[in-house]
Design a protein around this ligand. Sequence first.
Ligand code: FES
Length: 115
Amino acid sequence: MFSDKTKRYKLSDSRQSFLASFAQDGELVIRLGFGEVLFVRAGSSVYAFRNKCPHQNKPLNGCTIREGSVICPWHKYQFNLENGRGHGLYLETYPLLETEEGFFLERTYFSWFGE
Ligand code: FES
């Protein structure tokens, strides 16, 4: 009846072409079917998470990435990039993966009806 579901969203034909779409150490906001996602490049890494801070629902544009955490630009709350935890709150983070079919964001969510 209810379960976790995982859905993939294609971002580009390859990781390299996706990264070329925004600046090194830059940000990119993309609206997907479930909401806005903020992508942040930091060096050779790229991170993806919901563009809404769980503290006061403000956008995370302008955030800082430091030592495995994303730091909100508004009140400086920190959230772990791997699991989204911080200050008793939870930031939705998304794994990115490259396959032969392209470069994808993966989102796992709770579903009541298996949809
Ligand atoms: S809105 Fe992000 S820390 Fe307050």
